[in-house]
Design a protein around this ligand. Structure first.
Ligand code: IVH
Length: 673
């Protein structure tokens, strides 16, 4: 038996080695051991501490606050969010896209825009920060607001300049673009990854940059994030400068202002898409004028000034082996066809959604049928049609279940008052946390990227934890018995530590993400943000119960009857209230920070009538950007009624009665300047 002294000595030796390697790695940037050897060392130390209570040291990796599992990268907030693009598919969508812009900017319908037209490369976006010409850091997109610091890996990419000496290169700029892999290079990686996009993403997130270096990644720049002293007037000018400064930009970029030409260009580009050296899933149209871009701003997660015109999807044929019914977090029963694996546009597909019962009936889809399956980008492949000529005469019509396959509750179709029709989707009628499959999905949603974002608690793990009875409610995540997990299949000290780290970290959460994480039907990310912004204080949310005046939410621009009915239902169920209360105990929810430093702070406005050169939507968002508030009715709380052309007389009279200041557009502009 080893004596205490020699155990201690062995332990201290390991700690000393760790300190030395930390120094080499972090300060000297010259590691002598590989990341996995380093991890092994840390693991040994922690294992010893678990085995022998008397071992501790201030430099132990277990003490280290912010001890970062080396499998994940350090996170960093984006100075300017990295958002996504909304999609359009045809000419009609394009007309609507332009119409919205013209409405927002209050421009005539025959106004012509100049677009920067760029291929939408199907890779992984990255943001590069340059200070005085030196590449100082590189971030992945992450959830759009917070990315991973992958500087070293990005530096292995030859297309990314690390030192830029040009005089006109900005002192402080983030250059953004796509990391991707050429289709020809992907041929050699086919066994490891499903498609070029996965290959790029996987390589970029290697623990060791020497591994990333082995993959021939490429980079094409297409926009900026944070940009101090931006003097550019046009996106196309910026693209040209990027090229002059040594970045690669797409050689397929063009400027187009003619509507018909846009459509024609899309058509011919789509025809040659497979000839391109990399995967492209559409074209991006950006309003070329940066001043207009700035005025247009963002709606939700996407810019108003840009759109992705997608190419049509790839398709193939396969045989339906069986039809499974999946149950979603809101109880929706989704039929999914399990098909003979088939390669569609470079991805092996074995599942295809059939959407709902009506679709199955309409297309008369049966088990054993040969079907046409379509796949577009990241969207779940779906069945388009049945080749009835190939149908075996013995097949029978598919019968959709009338009870939930998970909990046996009756399934129902909701009645939509507006369309006066029944919903196409059948739902499990159970409520709260009674239906097993529904609850599992709720928990998956709770930990997902846009909600609590718990690394290491993926869908499979949630299912496993459920099977093992570790979790029954979202709050159980914070009561996990880590010792028990450590002894389960596939887990070890390091992975349990990583999980604990991610779970602890997820406890700090913004108010809006918390609301979103509850998975209330019709309350997605955008609505959760609106509600958080409206309530501002989490305490107000925790006080909500069935007696709450839900109609007060109708004042929130964007929240309607449907959302209100759904909230009312959610809070009428005791189990839901309990979950919310329990979660409040574990989470550290940050109240919504409202930008209150603008010129219009503490002032409220209402607009009546038409304004000049500016739509009402733009006026509203300009007021809000400057910390002003928009009210929807004339009350004593209102500070200013802004009057445009052809105003509502009733509103003016009400304002006069209440002694509210009435101003015109010029006076509003004066307040803003
Ligand atoms: S502009 C807010 N330009 O598409 C503006 N994005 O759906 C968004 N992408 O995350 C970026 N080619 O990964 C832009 N020429 C291009 C692009 C492009 C590919 C990707 C990018 C982004 C996603 C948005």
């Amino acid at each position: 038996m080893e004596d205490t002294k020699s155990i201690k000595k062995g332990y201290i030796d390991k700690i000393k080695r760790l300190i030395k390697h930390n120094e080499l790695y972090y300060s000297k940037n010259n590691p002598l051991i590989s990341d996995s050897e380093y991890d092994e060392l840390k693991k040994n130390i922690i294992e010893l501490e678990i085995k022998y209570d008397f071992l501790k040291h201030k430099d132990s990796p277990s003490k280290n606050i912010g001890f970062k599992p080396s499998k994940t990268f350090k996170k960093q907030r984006h100075k300017v969010p990295m958002l996504s693009l909304s999609n359009i598919f045809d000419k009609n969508d394009l007309i609507n896209f332009e119409k919205k812009i013209k409405n927002y900017l209050n421009l005539k319908i025959n106004q012509i825009f100049e677009y920067s037209v760029e291929p939408k490369i199907d890779g992984i976006s990255a943001s590069l920060t340059y200070r005085n010409g030196v590449l100082v850091s590189g971030l992945s997109r992450g959830d759009g607001y917070e990315g991973e610091l992958i500087t070293e890996n990005l530096k292995t990419i030859k297309d990314i300049p690390q030192n830029i000496k040009f005089k006109d290169f900005p002192d402080n700029i983030e250059v953004r673009g796509e990391v991707y892999i050429n289709k020809s290079d992907f041929e050699n990686l086919k066994d490891k990854f499903a498609n070029p996009r996965n290959a790029a993403s996987g390589s970029l997130r290697q623990k060791e940059s020497s591994e990333t270096k082995k993959i021939p990644l490429k980079f094409i720049a297409y926009t900026f994030g944070f940009f101090e002293n931006n003097k550019f007037n046009k996106q196309s000018d910026f693209l040209n400068s990027l090229q002059n400064w040594g970045f690669k930009v797409s050689k397929h970029n063009s400027i187009i202002s003619n509507f018909e030409e846009l459509i024609q260009n899309h058509k011919s580009f789509e025809e040659k898409r497979y000839e391109l050296e990399y995967d492209v899933d559409g074209l991006v149209y950006k309003i070329n004028d940066l001043k207009l871009q700035n005025r247009l701003g963002f709606v939700g997660n996407a810019p108003r000034w840009a759109v992705a015109h997608k190419f049509s999807a790839a398709y193939s044929f396969s045989k339906i082996l069986k039809i499974e019914i999946q149950i979603g977090r809101t109880g929706a029963l989704t039929p999914v066809a399990k098909v003979e694996p088939v390669n569609i546009g470079g991805v092996v597909v074995s599942n295809a959604t059939l959407h709902n019962e009506d679709e199955i009936i309409k297309k008369d889809i049966r088990i054993g049928d040969i079907v046409k399956i379509e796949r577009a980008g990241d969207v779940i492949p779906h069945v388009i049609s049945v080749d009835t000529k190939k149908r075996n005469s013995k097949t029978i019509k598919f019968k959709f279940p009338s009870r939930c396959p998970s909990c046996g509750s009756p399934v129902e179709k909701e009645y939509n008052k507006q369309t006066k029709k029944h919903d196409a989707v059948k739902r499990c009628s159970s409520e709260g946390y009674k239906c097993e499959k529904m609850v599992i999905e709720k928990i998956k949603h709770f930990v997902s990227k846009d909600a609590l974002n718990i690394d290491g608690l993926g869908k499979r793990v949630v299912e496993k934890f459920w099977e093992k009875n570790f979790i029954r409610f979202p709050q159980d995540i914070f009561k996990l018995d880590y010792k028990k997990i450590e002894t389960s299949d596939g887990w070890g000290t390091q992975s349990v530590l990583n999980l604990k780290y991610s779970i602890d970290k997820s406890k700090n959460i913004s108010f809006n993400k918390f609301i979103f994480s509850l998975g209330i039907r019709h309350i997605g990310q955008e609505n959760a943000k609106l509600i958080a912004k409206h309530l501002q204080k989490k305490e107000k949310f925790f006080r909500i119960d069935e007696n709450f005046d839900f109609n007060s939410f109708i004042n929130i621009d964007g929240i309607g009857e449907i959302q209100i009915a759904s909230l009312r239902k959610f809070f009428s169920i005791k189990e839901n209230l309990k979950v919310v209360k329990e979660l409040a105990k574990f989470l550290n929810i940050k109240n919504e920070v409202i930008n209150n430093s603008g010129k219009l702070k503490k002032l409220s406005f209402m607009i009546t009538g038409k304004l000049q050169n500016m739509s009402r939507a733009e006026a509203k968002s300009t007021i809000e950007k400057n910390s002003g508030k928009i009210l929807s009715s004339v009350t004593k709380k209102l500070d200013y009624l802004v009057v445009g052309e052809k105003p509502t007389t009733k509103k003016i009279n009400q304002a006069k009665d209440l002694g509210i200041k009435i101003i015109n557009q010029d006076e509003l502009n004066n307040l803003l300047n």
